[in-house]
Design a protein around this ligand. Structure first.
Ligand SMILES: Cc1ncc(COP(=O)(O)O)c(C=O)c1O
Length: 373
């Protein structure tokens, strides 16, 4: 990459990560070692969650959390069509049916009224997604008395209006640690839970169904290999230590974007990410804007690329993906708010060490490429 090329995302890794990873390498204890429980404890303490289980990915965590919620064959799980595809795929892993409910046009999270309308006698769980780090209205969903599995893969650092951190309400909540996330271990994930028995089940199922008090290689339930390595956990421990700073840096970059792009919002109808409302607080993950209606998004992305600015359509509606059309008969028009937002959204470069002048360059480039600006 040339010096003035701006990446779409970039992790922050430093000497602390290197030192902790080296320690693990020298110890020879690369997996099933002490760093995994240490990382779990640090992460749970950061959030104020009672328990945490480290896993190999956010997807693996969602799968195990859904199993722990009792989801199985023929059940229905209500979720958002505006998410990364993994949050719906895990429902299909258990041969249950993903039932989508449309999103709120402002927060882009699942609309609690649409969820209420989708509940049937077969609904066994709700799977809200805190999309782009903005807290979903989980308190409103709690009134239905159904198990809730929260997809918090994009929402580290977010907080609900009652002051509780996303992931610390006691439901299973799942975080993802892919390289573009607020905290990264390369690949990896974490499930936070309120109930020690659920943690025990997840810990067993991530390790081939092995019970903690049983002899080596004795397995009392079906399990998977969804383990995190000690190398990943070592990176995670260092990342938790710098997490407050990295989250603050992301919020600063977002504030620069908001300032720089506000004129475009006023002049041509560019939609910026919603502001924190009524005490709900976003944990900044990406900076996604919705282009004005009628804009040729592909042309904007191409024009930005010519100016050295990467961007991508983000996110596509899950129900319009070919697997979901073919398997579940989904089609255009089923979730109009999601479809409208998905058709106009692009993610701009966004990462904690992004400078104000890089933000200014991206914003200027967007202004140059948007018709009418
Ligand atoms: C909303 C959402 N759900 C689930 C996932 C899956 O996480 P992972 O890639 O760690 O499996 C992601 C990650 O990109 C995500 O953004």
């Amino acid at each position: 990459m040339s010096e003035d090329e701006i990446p779409l995302a970039q992790p922050v890794l430093g000497p602390e990560e290197e030192a902790l990873v080296l320690q693990v390498l020298r110890s020879g204890h690369l997996s099933l070692g002490p760093r995994v429980p240490a990382f779990e404890q640090d992460f749970a303490a950061f959030l104020g969650a009672p328990h945490a289980s480290a896993v190999s990915s956010g997807t693996a965590g969602l799968h195990l959390a859904l199993r722990a919620a009792g989801v199985s064959d023929g059940d229905e799980v209500i979720t958002s069509p505006f998410s990364f595809v993994a949050s719906a795929n895990v429902i299909a892993y258990e041969r249950a049916t993903p039932v989508f409910a449309d999103i709120d046009p402002v927060t882009l999270n699942v609309d609690p009224d649409a969820v209420a309308a989708a509940i049937t006698g077969r609904t066994t769980a709700l799977l809200p997604v805190h999309i782009f780090g903005y807290p979903a209205d989980v308190p409103a969903l709690e009134q239905y008395g159904l198990p809730i599995v929260e997809d918090a893969c994009e929402a580290l650092g977010a907080r609900h209006r009652d002051g509780v951190a996303v992931g610390a309400r006691g439901h299973a909540a799942v975080f993802g640690f892919y390289a573009n996330k607020q905290l990264t271990t390369g690949e990896g994930g974490m499930v936070t839970v309120g109930d020690a028995a659920i943690k025990q089940r997840i810990d067993s199922e991530r390790n081939q169904g092995r019970a903690p008090d049983m002899a080596w290689l004795d397995h009392d339930r079906l399990g998977f290999n969804y383990r995190m390595t000690d190398l990943q956990a070592a990176i995670g421990i260092a990342q938790v230590r710098r997490l407050d700073g990295m989250l603050a840096d992301r919020a600063q970059v977002a504030a620069w974007y908001r300032e720089a792009l506000s004129p475009l919002a006023a002049e041509v109808g560019l939609t910026l990410p919603c502001e924190n409302d009524d005490g709900d607080e976003r944990g900044w993950f990406v900076f996604v804007v919705q282009l004005p209606h009628g804009t040729d998004r592909d042309a904007v992305i191409r024009a930005l690329r010519v100016l050295g600015i990467p961007s991508k359509p983000y996110l596509p509606a899950i129900h319009l993906m070919s697997f979901y059309r073919e398997r579940y008969g989904m089609r255009e028009g089923m979730f109009p708010v999601c479809e409208d937002v998905a058709a106009r959204s692009i993610a701009l470069p966004f990462f904690p060490v992004m400078t104000q002048s890089q933000v200014a360059r991206v914003s200027l480039a967007l202004a140059q490429t948007l018709p009418g600006a």
